[in-house]
Design a protein around this ligand. Structure first.
Ligand SMILES: [Zn+2]
Length: 61
């Protein structure tokens, strides 16, 4: 099931299978469908995933 995550006021949607995060629920659902069916990730779908690092730059410490 697609989970939502709130990080720094932004909502991301996570694929419940592989944990990839998306800005759009639509993509998270597509990813999850694919992951369940194929037990692998679709490169064209995960291209839409957000990298937490780039979406939310880590603070240098
Ligand atoms: Zn997935």
């Amino acid at each position: 099931m697609v989970a939502t995550e709130n990080i720094q006021g932004k909502t991301l949607f996570c694929c419940g299978e592989c944990g990839m995060k998306y800005r759009d629920r639509e993509w998270a659902e597509k990813c999850e469908e694919w992951c369940k069916t194929h037990q692998s990730c679709n490169i064209e779908i995960i291209a839409h995933a957000v990298e937490e690092k780039s979406a939310f730059p880590a603070r240098e410490e």
